[in-house]
Design a protein around this ligand. Structure first.
Ligand SMILES: NC(=O)c1ccc[n+]([C@@H]2O[C@H](COP(=O)([O-])OP(=O)(O)OC[C@H]3O[C@@H](n4cnc5c(N)ncnc54)[C@H](OP(=O)(O)O)[C@@H]3O)[C@@H](O)[C@H]2O)c1
Length: 266
């Protein structure tokens, strides 16, 4: 069982939603938290609350697609002698557009943030973790990392890609004490639909009803940390959307019927 007390975690996507919720939950364990995202004002707000809850914090702001700034952040943290016990990857964006109308540049943008950004920060920290005898890597996929639905083609692809990468990495790091926990949330009440991009690359700006009615970020955080503590490899949680994973496995015909009819913008 992993113990969080006094440990150091690097959290991407810490400025909002699921990552912010996990930061607060981890802060209660007198942790050191390195908080990343682009929005420095939001990161400062999260850092303040984490400190109130008992954590020491450090803000490292960068865009997940800016590898130079990402590497500089990693170099500066490691140069200060900080030992990273875990990397928690929550940074990401969603999509609201039909594949037929979406230019490849938009598909690429979603992949750059969700897939390449996540593997880039992982690769930047992995040698440090291995040299220190191990560590934790949390990866945020989605239920749509397990199936595809309308309006999410690139998003779903980016999440599927994370499974392939991190399952391979798990196999490659066997015996090196690297725990990889892949999250597959259903619907969590965050700003993810507001921040999703459309076919033009602009913000969707609409709070989907299903999103607003989703599981709270606080409950999500508790589920994530319980699963991490228990060393789970995959964590499927977060309401009705998770049922489709089981339906796809056991009743594929029904899944394909439902997937084409579910309005995923509601
Ligand atoms: N909410 C759900 O129902 C749900 C379900 C399944 C999976 N997920 C996944 O959960 C993760 C967190 O999403 P959320 O629901 O918490 O949404 P959110 O509230 O919109 O948070 C997204 C986070 O990602 C960061 N981010 C976005 N683009 C970035 C970029 N280019 N560079 C660096 N950071 C970036 C944002 O920080 P800045 O704006 O400060 O950059 C923010 O902290 C995402 O990977 C999402 O795909 C969410």
């Amino acid at each position: 069982m992993m113990n969080f007390d006094g440990k150091t975690f690097w959290i991407t996507g810490a400025s909002s939603g699921i990552g912010e919720g996990v930061a607060y939950e981890l802060a209660k364990h007198r942790t050191q938290l390195i908080l990343s995202g682009r929005n420095e004002e939001a990161l400062a707000r999260v850092a303040d609350r984490c400190q109130t809850l008992g954590a020491a914090t450090r803000i490292e702001a960068f865009d997940l697609t800016d590898y130079e700034r990402m590497q500089a952040a990693v170099d500066s943290v490691l140069a200060d002698g900080v030992k990273i016990d875990g990397l928690m990857n929550f940074g990401g964006i969603s999509q609201r557009s039909l594949a037929v109308e979406t230019p490849v540049e938009i598909d690429r943008k979603v992949m750059e943030i969700n897939f390449f950004g996540t593997i880039a920060i992982t690769k930047a920290l992995l040698p440090h973790m291995i040299a220190n005898g191990g560590g934790l890597i949390v990866v945020t996929s989605s239920v749509v990392g397990k199936y595809g639905i309308t309006f999410r083609s690139a998003y779903s692809a980016s999440k599927h890609a994370l499974h392939g990468f991190f399952e391979s990495l798990r196999a490659e790091t066997a015996g090196k004490n690297i725990q990889i926990t892949i999250l597959e949330p259903g619907r969590i009440a965050t700003n993810v639909s507001l921040n999703a991009i459309t076919k033009t690359g602009e913000k969707y700006g609409i709070m989907d009803k299903g999103q607003a009615a989703g599981m709270s970020a606080e409950e999500s955080a508790r589920i994530i940390l319980r699963a991490v503590r228990r060393g789970k490899k995959e964590v499927l949680y977060g309401g009705k959307a998770t049922l489709l994973v089981h339906i796809r496995k056991w009743l594929p015909g029904l899944f394909y019927f439902l997937a084409s009819r579910v309005d995923s913008t509601k």
